[in-house]
Design a protein around this ligand. Sequence first.
Ligand SMILES: [Zn+2]
Length: 402
Amino acid sequence: MKRIGMFLLCCATCLEASSWTLDRAVLEERLPPGVTTEELLRVLKLEGIDVSLRDSPDTLLWKGDRTSISLARTPFSPYHLWVEVEGRKTLDECTAEELGDLYEAIWKGRKALGEATGADGFMILATEQKRNGKNRSAAGFEIIPAGFGGTDGVMDAVEKNALNEYLLYNRFPNRTVEQSPEVIAALRERLRTLEYVLEREDTQPCWTQKFTHHEEALHQSLEVLYDSLVQLGALVEGEMPSMVTPAERIHEIQINLDCCALCNPKVIQKQLVSDWKGVEILMNHKPVSPYRDFLIIPKRHQCVWDLSREEAIATLEAIVAFKKMYIKTVGSNEWICYIQDGRSVGQTVPHANVHFFIIPDRLVTAISGLQHIHNQRPVLSYEEMRADCDRLKPLLLEELGR
Ligand SMILES: [Zn+2]
């Protein structure tokens, strides 16, 4: 069976490495129960691997009254930030004021990254799962600046696959992440001095999504799909086709003929689940999750994720309501919530939007990834959409406390 060679564990066995460096704190926090660091080192020594343990550098960049910003312990890309509320609370345990402070810290982190690194886009990820920078469930946001792939709004589809693996499944691609002490010092300085202010903007022109390494990304998704079929025991016969290396070119997908789909009254009328304190909660017309995908957007047009404090609190309250609704209705707290802030991280509609859905199986993601690149992801009909929105509205409103 052919494996994707880019992920850490499978790749490590084929590197012929005889000397490994491991992060002591990350290892001690994240080793599964029943395994000690000593046992791991003994096993590796028997295999001729010489392991050295490295102590984590100081990752704290800024500390406010109720929030803090650190460099992620195990970064997906350089200058990957971790923003959290003090006290290791879950999102629903945070007060409205803490949610407001959390947003303002995200705002500062994003601006500081832009100024210190030149990044023009940010993948912003909310989660309570055990992830980067924390060892138990607690609320926080990660900010991954553009630069992990793509420039001038052109994404590298292979990097996008790697990012999805990280976002959805917390899997780390095997990569070297280098950070410059000068940039980190600049980040600290910007965070110390930046003051939150809402930056309003005018309507943006139409957008398209552009990808490079298109064939390779399709091949990777097909590989995940193939492996899933093998694991299901469903594949009786058949090999993965080998990839023909194509000439590199940019593949362009026209996203929407309307200038801003999320300001279009017809779209709102079709997709609205509910509105809440200046934000609208829409159902995505091309869902990935079998439990549907949602968008939380400010009512006013704004391309960049620059929200007023009130809009930010309402947005985070809507996330909490979705979380509670899915715990009650599906029994799952395995949700994913992210913001693609900028074309270079794959933002497809020029109106700030927050995605929320229950994490789908990797087979579903692979199918959806293939369909996305061909722009053939199934679209919900008007009738399906309205029936689902009307069914979910009272459940969501109950959690919003109305
Ligand atoms: Zn708009």
